[in-house]
Structure formats: structure tokens, C-alpha cells
Design a protein around this ligand. Structure first.
Ligand SMILES: CC(C)(COP(=O)(O)OP(=O)(O)OC[C@H]1O[C@@H](n2cnc3c(N)ncnc32)[C@H](O)[C@@H]1OP(=O)(O)O)[C@@H](O)C(=O)NCCC(=O)NCCS
Length: 212
């Protein structure tokens, strides 16, 4: 099996959306809206096309990572530009063989080459602490409303860049999707059965968890 990681191209758009729908379906809620998010990201000024990458196995698209611009601001209104990834996904048939890790590691190197000091995401710590991500609280980075969600995760690429200040993280507005439009969009796609899964309960706990 040969896995290729390459930059995403325009011709991949529809396949990335379909893959995203497949990977997130029923995982965090009945159905999912991440494929609509990917749809809305196309052409958005905050998306960093050169960091977006896909994974292929023998020419079949099985993984995707999409990056956006983000920033943190300190108490003196000094800003540091950061990047955020998400959605990140691997087709369910090809998970747990290292593809997600390859997508993160490959693009992390590109982020470093571009001198961004950190990658900041909202995600499940289980997936990311093994890649060096730490909770925002430990780097004095909160959400815009001063909270420290369990899932606010920071990969510091320039050591000490956040020292001696308190920071608030702001992600791109592209992530604030309209739920009704997401449902309508999904209804325009081939039918998929919505269902429940215990991962939805875990997710519901995760998004209500904060670090003291
Ligand atoms: C999260 C996700 C992107 C990870 O992708 P992945 O390709 O499965 O990731 P990896 O294979 O690199 O690592 C996953 C696990 O497989 C293990 N693994 C990797 N290669 C392995 C191998 N050759 N043999 C056995 N285990 C292996 C890793 O150690 C890791 O184990 P852990 O979860 O117990 O820590 C993928 O599961 C996914 O798409 N999930 C649905 C969408 C999603 O939740 N996205 C993230 C939103 S926060």
C-alpha cells in the first residue's frame, strides 16, 4: 500500500467534501455538517490553500486537512498570527494506519517553514496530544470570552512565543456555519441514514468541558 501526501488541488474539491461527509457522518451528532463547512470554505479569504493537503492510496483520495488563518491577541492588543486546521479526516476504511499522523506532520513542517509560531485548533485532545499539542490554559491562551475549553489545543512551534502574556484566540469566521443551511445542503446530497453513536455522547461532554 502506497500512501501519497500532496497539496490539495481544485479538482479535489468534490472528493474532499464527499470524504469529509463519510468520515464525520454520525460521529459527533446524527448526520454531520463538516462537509458543508468544507463547501463554505472554498474561495474564503481565510483559507490557506497552500497548506491544504490530501492523502491518496493508489490514486484514491482517503484523507484531507484544511488550514485557515487565525490569531491570538494579548492584553495590550498585540497580535500574533497563527494557523488552525480543521476539518481533518481520514476515510473510516483507512483509519489507524498512520495517515492522519502523516497529514499533520507533513503540513506542520510547511507551517514551520512559513514562520507561523503555532497551530491552534479546537479538537479532541485524544487525537492531538500525541503530536505535541497542549491545552491553551498551559500557554495562557483562552477563547475570546476568556474560557479554557478542554479542546482548545496549541502546538507551539516557536518556543516561548506566548510567554509573559495572556492571550485570546480568534478563529476564522468561516467556522461559524448556519445550521439550517447545513441541513438544507445535506438534503441536496445522496441520502444517508442518520443515527446515534456513543461518540456523540463523548463529544457532547467534550464541548462542555473546561480546564481550571
Ligand atoms: C482523527 C483522524 C483524522 C485520525 O486519523 P488516522 O489516520 O486514523 O490517525 P493515525 O492512524 O495517525 O492515528 C490513529 C491511531 O492509530 C494508531 N496507529 C497508527 N498507525 C498504526 C499502525 N500501523 N498500527 C496500529 N495502530 C496504528 C495511532 O497510534 C493512533 O492510536 P490512538 O488513537 O490510540 O492514539 C481520523 O480518525 C478521522 O478522520 N476521524 C473522523 C473525523 C475526526 O474526528 N476528525 C478530527 C476532528 S477533532
Amino acid at each position: 500500500m502506497s500512501i501519497t501526501i500532496r497539496q490539495e488541488e481544485e479538482r479535489d474539491s468534490a472528493r474532499v467534501e464527499a470524504l469529509t461527509r463519510e468520515a464525520f457522518w454520525n460521529l459527533y451528532r446524527p448526520g454531520c455538517d463538516e462537509h458543508y463547512l468544507v463547501h463554505m470554505m472554498r474561495g474564503h479569504p481565510d483559507v490557506i490553500n497552500e497548506l491544504n493537503h490530501v492523502a491518496e492510496i493508489d490514486g484514491v483520495l482517503v484523507g484531507s486537512i484544511i488550514y485557515t488563518k487565525s490569531h491570538v491577541m494579548n492584553e495590550k492588543n498585540e497580535m500574533i498570527e497563527t494557523v488552525t486546521f480543521g476539518p481533518l479526516c481520514v476515510h473510516p476504511d483507512h483509519q489507524r494506519v498512520g495517515i492522519g499522523t502523516r497529514l499533520i506532520e507533513h503540513t506542520k513542517n510547511l507551517v514551520m517553514q512559513r514562520n507561523f509560531p503555532a497551530i491552534i485548533i479546537l479538537g479532541d485532545p485524544h487525537n492531538y496530544c500525541k503530536h505535541g499539542f497542549r491545552n491553551g490554559k498551559d500557554l495562557r491562551i483562552s477563547t475570546m470570552d476568556g474560557k479554557h475549553p478542554l479542546g482548545l489545543l496549541v502546538l507551539e512551534l516557536q518556543k516561548g512565543v506566548f510567554d509573559n502574556h495572556d492571550w485570546r484566540f480568534e478563529e476564522s469566521k468561516v467556522y461559524a456555519i448556519d445550521e439550517d443551511k447545513a441541513i438544507a445542503y445535506d438534503q441536496s446530497l445522496p441520502y444517508k441514514q442518520k443515527g446515534t453513536a456513543y461518540s456523540q455522547e463523548l463529544f457532547s461532554m467534550l464541548i462542555r468541558s473546561f480546564v481550571e
